[in-house]
Design a binder for this molecule. Structure first.
Ligand code: SF4
Ligand code: SF4
Length: 346
């Protein structure tokens, strides 16, 4: 007996009719798909620990596909921070403009990796901004079902080879998503979709984060802390200042994401190739005199301090040596890219 693949559709905040239209057509198509259990929740980023949609996500035991209006990297690490952990499921779904030819080879990731034990399951995060119709997503979900089934079958074969007695008990079927049946807790669809208040907080990509703790020193609002292994974490998410992305600009690994910020690099777009960008946007758009990343970050932090009735501190507090000299140096590709995209309001 096998159970279905869990697919979670995370709604866009607000009531954008085009986005709602895609969500509805996708839900209608997925309900008809054999091998899929589809559930709809509000915007992933907004659901707090007490939201039924979040509890549902926490209860899903096996492979899962999450469709949201967020970059895949941001959605994956957001879930990880909420304790919804798994291996990163690689999607073959690429937006039409995503031209692999234009990218440099990705640099190997140097981060400390996810905290704790990672369950033996995959979480695939698909970005609903990539296509404006349901079909590509449905096709990709069919492919994922086949991939997941094959992975589970292969594991069972490996186990059976190691323990030949199991072969007589039978191997999982090639049809359907072959995971053992586990009774899932029942959730009311209306509760899953209960409105969630808008939130704003940083999400850390631990495949990039090297635990340098510069963000901990830089943020003066108590958002960051360390866990029992002295690893950085966003301890008090809701103490972050709405709209402020300051610490993402000082992170040397571009590991800090604000999934709903206007600039894609800060919102969690794939930054693997940024170190070796072929296209220099600063030349293309003449952004050579723009404010550098550190100056922008300090100004944003000062603005929030003053709004809180505190004194601005400028460069006097929480600026590591590496960053202090940085504004005096020529900007690197990442600084220029962030500056230019900010100027463009993308
Ligand atoms: S500044 Fe970036 S790399 Fe350093 S601890 Fe914070 S998130 Fe990790
Ligand atoms: S964005 Fe500002 S308030 Fe939020 S964590 Fe970063 S520095 Fe702190």
């Amino acid at each position: 007996m096998s159970r279905k693949l869990t697919v979670v559709l995370s709604q866009a905040p607000g009531k954008n009719p085009a986005k709602r239209g895609l969500e509805e057509s996708l839900a209608a198509a997925l309900i008809m798909e054999p091998g899929v259990d589809v559930s709809i929740v509000p915007n992933l980023y907004d659901m707090g620990p007490d939201h039924t949609g979040r509890m549902f996500l926490e209860s899903v035991p096996g492979d899962m596909v999450v469709l949201s209006w967020l970059f895949p990297r941001a959605a994956f690490w957001l879930l990880d921070r909420d304790g919804i952990k798994g291996q990163f499921g690689i999607t073959l779904l690429k937006p039409p403009a995503d031209d692999e030819e234009e990218k440099e080879k990705e640099k190997p990731l140097e981060g400390i990796g996810a905290t704790g034990t990672i369950p033996d399951r995959h979480i695939y995060t698909l970005d609903l901004r990539d296509f404006n119709k349901a079909e590509p997503y449905v096709n990709e979900i069919r492919r994922i079902i086949a991939e997941a089934t094959e992975r589970i079958r292969q594991k069972a074969i490996d186990k059976a080879v190691a323990n030949p007695v199991m072969i007589s008990l039978g191997l999982p079927s090639k049809n359907g998503h072959a995971e053992p049946t586990i009774a899932l807790p029942m959730f009311n669809a209306d509760d899953l979709l209960a409105p969630a208040n808008r939130r704003w907080y940083p999400v850390i990509d631990y495949n990039r984060c090297t635990n340098c703790l510069e963000c901990l020193d830089f943020c003066l609002f108590g958002v960051y802390g360390v866990d029992s292994f002295d690893r950085i974490l966003t301890e008090n998410q809701d103490q972050c200042k709405k709209g402020c992305p300051a610490c993402s600009r000082v992170c040397p690994q571009t590991a800090i994401m604000f999934p709903e910020y206007k600039t894609p690099t800060i919102a969690g777009a794939d930054v693997g190739a940024i170190g070796g960008l072929k296209i220099d946007l600063s030349k293309l758009f003449g952004g050579g005199d723009t404010v550098d990343a550190l100056t922008a970050a300090v100004a944003e932090r000062d603005r929030e301090l003053v709004a809180d009735g505190r004194d601005a501190v400028g460069l006097a507090v929480g600026i590591p040596k590496r960053q202090t000299g940085k504004s005096q140096q020529p900007k690197d590709d990442l600084d220029r890219l962030v500056d230019d995209l900010d100027l463009l309001g993308l």
